[in-house]
Every structure is written in structure tokens, then in C-alpha cells.
Design a protein around this ligand. Structure first.
Ligand code: B12
Length: 397
């Protein structure tokens, strides 16, 4: 590796830090055969169930940087710390609140990081002789296997919960990449691992970990509350608790994260003064939003409230479905009038069906009456089935 490549790598790394990235490591643009084999195995085994876009063909492309940029020589792996301090649950009797995963409290990271990546790519272009450099950037949605890149570049190591853990920031980092035709100096992977610790595997309320490093997507609360478009399987609903968008449990219980959080707090990088403004809870989202008002959101209200927030991904129908499940799990009778309105008036059958389930869980005279009324005029077969199930739940009490 020439001194010029070494110097170039350092300049790009420095600029990445100056732009707000917290970690920047380099790996070659060689393929990731082990990741490709794992991805294909998981897809074939149904563990990526529900993510129809995650096909074997996609796995091949995402594990080969040169399939994405034929002239690629290096990949710059980038990490951005996002944890912020905020009350996680504000629920009080008569005022039920839900939980939002902390990656979604602030501005949408895709937008924030994309801007920084574009600035970094422009800088890299300036450094290279005209016409000689090509690069592409990725954050999350791109066809790049983010965690495998992070692991090989030494940005972090695989935790048993499948998240990439880093020395300074725990797993509270977003991953992104710049794939470039420039020759940069590669870093070595880190030797760390989870040892005998399996805390995360046992903490998952839905038992989504089939084994260490193996997640069954179909049981993960993050999938169920963000990516799943249809009905949440009835047997999993009680296990979701008050999560209305994503879940952090397998990260919160991780001892590596707990040590990192304590260290960051002591160093003033976590807590009132040290946090990144962009990932602080937005007023419209917060870390623990009141649930009853969310049920009253119409399409325009939803768009306005979640415009630059990751929550928009769930769409109105998905978020209100989750709100119903959380209210059913909390069992607070204060939610009954709003749930009755959702059952009888919401335009989305998905929301009406989950409102029925929640009313069945909470019970009471008003809930019972609304379910009976709805059964008389509901046309949708799935919602009718949900209502009958809810009435059965009430009958069993
Ligand atoms: C699909 C997806 C999901 C799916 C998960 C499906 C799945 N089983 O992976 C769902 C919607 C459930 C999800 C949830 C979450 N996600 Co997501 N997700 C992705 C996405 C788009 C692809 C991930 C992927 O390739 N999965 C395929 C599986 C097979 O990969 P894997 O689990 O990493 O498998 C590797 C390891 O298991 C390892 N391995 C296998 N066996 C063994 C054995 C040993 C001994 C070792 C050491 C390693 C090892 O090799 C595999 C291949 O690399 C990436 C973005 C991207 N473009 O990469 C973000 C990404 C992984 N998600 C991210 C985040 C933040 C989350 C959530 C924390 C969000 C939340 N709070 O709700 C949760 C975490 C859940 C969890 N424990 O993984 C971050 C993770 C950052 C990090 N520090 O790791 C990413 C990288 C997005 C980003 N750009 O920042 N996600």
C-alpha cells in the first residue's frame, strides 16, 4: 500500500469525522461469501419471512460491492451514534403511552445520514484526479449488507442479537457505506465477541432468536410493528407490550451497551448536553407518545406529524394497528371510547380489526356493546372474525 493511499485514507477519514460520523473504517471491495451463504440459508429456512424483497438474487448483489460498482476497490464503513436520553414510558392511569424505539425518536436517519454521505462523496471526488474516481453511497435501504461490511472493516463485531457492537458506542450506531474505486488502506476486523453472554437471547419477549446470531424475522417486534403490512398474529399480540414502533430490548439488556452508556454519560456525550440534536426526541413523536390521540389521526394528520420521522414507514394504518395492540395490552378503560370509535368508524379494516381485539382484552359494558353493534354492520370478513374472537375473549371472563 503506497504512502499516497495511506494519506488519502486519513484525509477521507478525517472528513468523515468532521461531517458528524463517529466511526470510519475501511475494508476492500472483495465479496462477502460467508454473509451471502448465511443470507441464502436464512431465506431458504423462512427466517426472513415477510420481507419479500429480500431474495436470494438480492443477497448475491448485496454481498458483492463490485456488482454495485464494477470499478470498486474499497468500502468505507461508517457508524453514527444515535442514542439520546429520554423518559421511556410515561404511562399513567387514564393516560396510556406507548414506546417508540430510540432510533426513531428524532429525525429520520436515512435523510440525515444521506446528506452527510453526499457531502463525503463530493469531498472524495475532489481529492481524486478528474474522471478517475467513482463512488456510491448506501444507508440501510441500499443494496449493501451493512453489518458484514462493518464487521470486516473492524468497525465492530457481531453480537449474538445480530447487531454490530462497537467499542465506544455499543450497538447504538447506524451503519452506512461509501463504496469507491479509490484504493484505500484497509483496517483489520476486531477480535471481540460476546463470550458466554446470552442475556439478549433470553430477554426477547417473542423468543425471536432461534439460536445465537439467528433472528426469526417473523417474531421480531421490530418487524411486526414496522415492516409487517397486515394483521399481527393473535398469539404474538400480548407479547408486544406497549411497543408501537420497533423494539430495543435486545440492545438495552446488552452488558456491552450498558458499559458504553455509563462511559458516555460520564464523558458528557450522553445526557442533556452531549446528545446529537438531530436524534433527540421530536416534539411530534417523542419517546413515549400518548396513545389515545394517535387513534384520532387522519391521513393528513399522520403525514404532517411524521413527515421527517422514521415512523412514516409504518404508514397510518400500521401505526394505528400497533396503537390498538398496545392499548389492549395496557388494559386501561380510559381507551375504550377511542377504541369504540376506531372499531365503528375507521376506514381501514386493519385498524377496525385490531381495535376489536383491544376491546376484547380491556372488556367492560361499553366495549361489549360496541363489539355487538359492530358485528351487525361490519362487512369485512376479517374484521368480523376479529370481533367474534373479541366477544369470545369477553365471554371467557
Ligand atoms: C432486514 C433488516 C431488519 C429486519 C431483520 C431481519 C434479519 N433477520 O436480519 C428487521 C425489520 C426485523 C430489523 C430489525 C432491526 N433493525 Co434492521 N435492518 C435490516 C437490513 C435492511 C438488512 C439486514 C440483513 O441483511 N439481514 C439478514 C441477516 C441474515 O443478517 P444478520 O442477522 O446481520 O446476519 C449476520 C450475522 O448473523 C452473522 N452471523 C451468522 N452466523 C454467525 C455466527 C457467528 C459466530 C458470528 C460471529 C456471526 C454470525 O452473519 C450474518 C451475515 O452477515 C439492515 C440494513 C442493511 N442494508 O444491511 C438493517 C439493520 C441491520 N437494522 C438495524 C437496526 C438498528 C435494527 C433494529 C435495532 C431497529 C429497532 N430498534 O427496532 C432492529 C434490531 C433487530 C435485531 N436484533 O436484529 C441497523 C443495525 C445497526 C447495528 N448496530 O447493527 C441496520 C444495519 C440498519 C442501518 N443501516 O443502520 N432489521
Amino acid at each position: 500500500m503506497s504512502d499516497a493511499a495511506r494519506a488519502l485514507t486519513e484525509r477521507i477519514r478525517e472528513r468523515a469525522y468532521a461531517l458528524g460520523f463517529d466511526l470510519a473504517r475501511v475494508t476492500s471491495a472483495d465479496p462477502f461469501p460467508a454473509a451471502e451463504a448465511t443470507l441464502k440459508e436464512r431465506i431458504a429456512g423462512g427466517l426472513m419471512g415477510g420481507l419479500d424483497w429480500f431474495t436470494a438474487a438480492r443477497a448475491e448483489v448485496s454481498c458483492d460491492p463490485r456488482a454495485l460498482l464494477p470499478s470498486a476497490r474499497s468500502v468505507l464503513a461508517l457508524g453514527t451514534f444515535y442514542l439520546a436520553d429520554a423518559p421511556r414510558n410515561l404511562t399513567a392511569p387514564g393516560d396510556p403511552h406507548g414506546r417508540v424505539s430510540c432510533y426513531a425518536w428524532g429525525d429520520d436517519y436515512h435523510e440525515v445520514i444521506r446528506q452527510r454521505l453526499d457531502q463525503l462523496a463530493a469531498y472524495v471526488r475532489e481529492l481524486a484526479p478528474p474522471g478517475e474516481e467513482k463512488s456510491i453511497v448506501f444507508v440501510d435501504t441500499g443494496r449493501m449488507v451493512d453489518r458484514a461490511v462493518a464487521q470486516r472493516s473492524g468497525l465492530g463485531w457481531y453480537g449474538k442479537n445480530t447487531c454490530i457492537l462497537t467499542k465506544g458506542w455499543g450497538s447504538w450506531v447506524f451503519l452506512a457505506e461509501l463504496v469507491t474505486s479509490l484504493e484505500l488502506l484497509p483496517d483489520a476486523p476486531v477480535g471481540a465477541n460476546c463470550g458466554r453472554c446470552e442475556v439478549c437471547l433470553h430477554a426477547c419477549p417473542t423468543s425471536a432468536f432461534v439460536a445465537p446470531y439467528v433472528l426469526d424475522n417473523r417474531r421480531c417486534i421490530s418487524y411486526l410493528t414496522i415492516e409487517l403490512r397486515g394483521s399481527i398474529p393473535i398469539e404474538l399480540r400480548p407479547l408486544i407490550g406497549t411497543h408501537i414502533f420497533g423494539c430495543d430490548i435486545c440492545q438495552q439488556v446488552c452488558p456491552v451497551n450498558q458499559v458504553a452508556e455509563r462511559r458516555l454519560r460520564a464523558a458528557g456525550q450522553l445526557g442533556a448536553r452531549g446528545e446529537r440534536l438531530e436524534f433527540q426526541p421530536r416534539a411530534a413523536v417523542g419517546s413515549s407518545p400518548a396513545l389515545i390521540p394517535l387513534l384520532a389521526l387522519d391521513a393528513d394528520g399522520f403525514r404532517a406529524r411524521f413527515r421527517h420521522s422514521p415512523l412514516k414507514r409504518a404508514k397510518r394504518r400500521g401505526l394505528l394497528r400497533n396503537v390498538c395492540v398496545a392499548l389492549g395490552n395496557l388494559g386501561d378503560p380510559a381507551a375504550v371510547p377511542a377504541l369504540c370509535r376506531a372499531l365503528e368508524e375507521d376506514e381501514e379494516s386493519l385498524v377496525r380489526g385490531h381495535a376489536a381485539w383491544a376491546l376484547g382484552r380491556i372488556g367492560g359494558v361499553e366495549a361489549h356493546a360496541a363489539l355487538g353493534r359492530a358485528l351487525e354492520h361490519e362487512d369485512d370478513a376479517t374484521v368480523r372474525q376479529e370481533i367474534r374472537y373479541a366477544l369470545e375473549m369477553l365471554g371467557e371472563r
